[in-house]
Design a protein around this ligand. Structure first.
Ligand code: IMP
Length: 212
């Protein structure tokens, strides 16, 4: 079964292939589905659930078939949950990928200036949405708890990874290998939960992902 991923992020594509491939899906990108990768999908809500389903459904209505999408972000307790669903565009929407990541991290560190380490708690959140050919949908949420450090560390990953220290770890998300990150990340957890629910409902057969 072909499953189109509503994202241009190669890292997400690899992760989804690894976690959902064994359920019998061939996971393809927007470009492989013949769409312009710059396609803007709607994201108008104020919850991860709303946005994940909205963008996935919009794409599924264009393409038919099985479509998977996600919405994710960072919630910082000392900032009342910000940047939240605005994580990608926290410091503005004009900048390209890498520069935007750097500007977002700079703004976050500025907002948290003077906040002591024990009050810098935060979590990454990811909601994945799957819409099947008949329009029925399934959602799953995954979180990863941690805190925001004062000086960025590490080169891998993307977004806020260099300033996010997962709970119980000494290395930031950007200092972990991709497999280490996937094992604890919000996205990995959401995808494994989705795989479990798909099997429980009999939407797919196959051994699927490892238990969380
Ligand atoms: P979206 O889900 O593609 O809309 O992205 C949400 C934004 O949240 C990203 O642009 C990042 O700034 C942030 N984000 C989501 N997941 C991660 C992650 O795994 N590491 C670092 N930042 C993330």
């Amino acid at each position: 079964m072909r499953l189109v991923l509503a994202s241009t992020n190669q890292g997400k594509l690899r992760e989804v292939r690894r976690l959902l491939g064994s359920l019998g899906f061939t996971v393809v990108s927007l470009a492989e589905a013949g769409l312009d990768p710059r396609l803007e999908l709607p994201e108008t809500g104020d919850s991860f659930e709303h946005n994940a389903l909205e963008k996935t459904r919009a794409l599924q209505e264009m393409l038919g078939g099985w479509v998977l999408g996600d919405d994710s972000g960072l919630e910082v307790d000392a900032l009342g949950g910000a940047p939240g669903v605005r994580s990608a565009r926290y410091a503005g929407v004009e900048l390209p990928g890498r520069e935007r990541d750097l500007a977002n991290v700079r703004l976050l560190l500025r907002e948290l200036e003077g906040v002591e380490p024990e009050r810098r708690t935060a979590r990454f959140v990811c909601v994945v949405a799957l819409v099947r050919p008949d329009g029925q949908s399934l959602l799953a949420r995954g979180t990863c708890e941690g805190r925001i450090i004062e000086v960025p560390r590490g080169e891998s990953g993307f977004g806020y990874d260099p300033v996010f220290l997962p709970r119980g770890r000494r290395r930031t998300m950007a200092e972990l290998s991709m497999d280490e990150k996937n094992a604890i990340s919000h996205r990995g957890r959401a995808l494994r939960k989705l795989a479990r629910r798909l099997r429980e409902r009999g939407w797919v057969v196959g051994d699927g992902a490892r238990p969380d």
